[in-house]
Design a protein around this ligand. Structure first.
Ligand SMILES: NC(=O)c1ccc[n+]([C@@H]2O[C@H](COP(=O)([O-])OP(=O)(O)OC[C@H]3O[C@@H](n4cnc5c(N)ncnc54)[C@H](O)[C@@H]3O)[C@@H](O)[C@H]2O)c1
Length: 339
């Protein structure tokens, strides 16, 4: 049995990844400071014999030195929604830069493979469309989104530098917009925001005229892609993971209204600063290297997400945070079955 560390494992994508790794027989250590994630996302894993949760900041070296050996490090810890990262831009940069530095040192010391979840934001407001990995991007280095965009660009640079200088086994996934169950209802991301407003019977906020495009990938497809990328045998440069189906934000809003049966309509709001005009992944590399492509269409994925939001009464958020037991870093980890 191999051990995987998932930083950011109490977040939206990380919690699904923890589940998938447990299903594959891994021992899973979730390292998360719960700054943007929720204990309730992993509450159902509490007590699982191969699951451990450590509440810690990836920036702190001590969080890493307390960990036992692992063969896989999935490094997801970072705020991801613009509302979250713009609230704490300094911590966002520190998490992305110092966090990956610590994760890489851990991977090197333990001869583990490390996968970094980077983002399509490294392409900024792209001048090339769709975006292949070879495109270097068009990022405002000092704008309000730069804490995240440049933080991730630096994280990618550090990962590649480690691979070149120390031979650390790294994988870099550039994720495009991902959605699905466990999106935090108050995170301000477009899918969660639209669904919550629709379920409340309120008009959906549309920033600008809604002609900007995004490509939305269902979380299950992304998790499958992350596992495939980690498991392929070579250290590679970045690989795009996302759904190439491109849709305008206005069309997405109408789809959410239709699927929820809401008649509240749209409410136009001022355009957001540095909001990219277009986003669409070129996934030829992922198809070739990983034989991966998304399988869940937008209608199916949105339907499942809306169902989850309804079942969890997400429109009544803020929900009561449920506490999940933290695993004592050394004691209980040592008690877990060793591979
Ligand atoms: N969801 C998307 O559309 C998307 C798109 C591109 C990239 N990504 C990347 O995927 C990863 C996961 O995103 P998500 O959507 O699940 O976001 P999320 O906010 O739900 O999850 C991030 C998790 O990281 C934790 N975290 C943040 N800072 C930390 C720190 N210093 N120490 C320990 N834990 C910390 C949070 O508490 C949270 O649980 C992020 O790295 C993000 O940049 C996500």
């Amino acid at each position: 049995m191999t051990c995987a560390i998932v930083t950011g494992g109490a977040g939206f994508i990380g919690s699904h990844l923890c589940e998938a790794l447990l299903a594959q027989g891994y021992r899973v250590v979730c390292l998360d400071d719960l700054s943007t994630g929720l204990a309730r996302n992993i509450a159902h894993l509490d007590g699982h014999p191969r699951f451990a949760f450590i509440r810690a900041d990836v920036v702190c070296e001590s969080a890493w030195t307390s960990l036992s050996a692992a063969t896989r490090v999935f490094h997801l810890a970072s705020p991801a929604s613009p509302d979250d990262y713009q609230r704490t831009p300094v911590e966002t940069i520190r998490t992305n830069v110092v966090g990956i530095f610590n994760a890489l040192e851990f991977a090197r010391t333990h001869t583990a493979r490390l996968l970094l979840t980077s983002t399509s934001e490294v392409y900024g407001d792209p001048a090339v469309h769709p975006q292949p990995e070879s495109y270097w991007g068009n990022v405002n280095p000092v704008g309000p989104r730069s804490c995240y965009d440049e933080g991730k660009r630096c994280a990618e640079a550090l990962a590649m530098a480690h691979a070149r200088q120390h031979g650390t086994a790294v994988r870099v996934a550039r994720l495009f917009n991902t959605y699905g169950p466990r999106l935090r209802p108050d995170d301000g991301r477009v899918v969660s925001q639209f669904i919550v407003h629709a379920l409340r019977g309120e008009p959906l906020p549309l920033y600008g005229n809604g002609s900007q495009t995004r490509s939305f990938c269902y979380v299950g497809d992304i998790v499958r892609g992350l596992l495939a990328l980690m498991n392929q045998d070579r250290t590679t440069g970045p690989v795009n993971l996302g759904n190439p189906h491109e849709i305008t934000i206005a069309a997405l809003a109408h789809e959410v209204l239709r699927l929820t049966g809401t008649t509240a309509g749209l409410q136009v709001q001022p355009e957001r600063t540095d909001d990219p005009r277009r986003r669409q992944p070129d996934i030829q590399l992922a198809q070739r290297l990983l034989q991966w492509r998304p399988e869940v269409g937008l209608q199916e994925g949105l339907g499942a997400t809306i169902e989850w939001f309804r079942a969890h009464r997400a429109e009544e958020f803020p929900l009561q945070a449920e506490e999940v037991k933290q695993t004592d870093a050394r004691g209980q980890l040592d008690g877990l079955p060793v591979p």
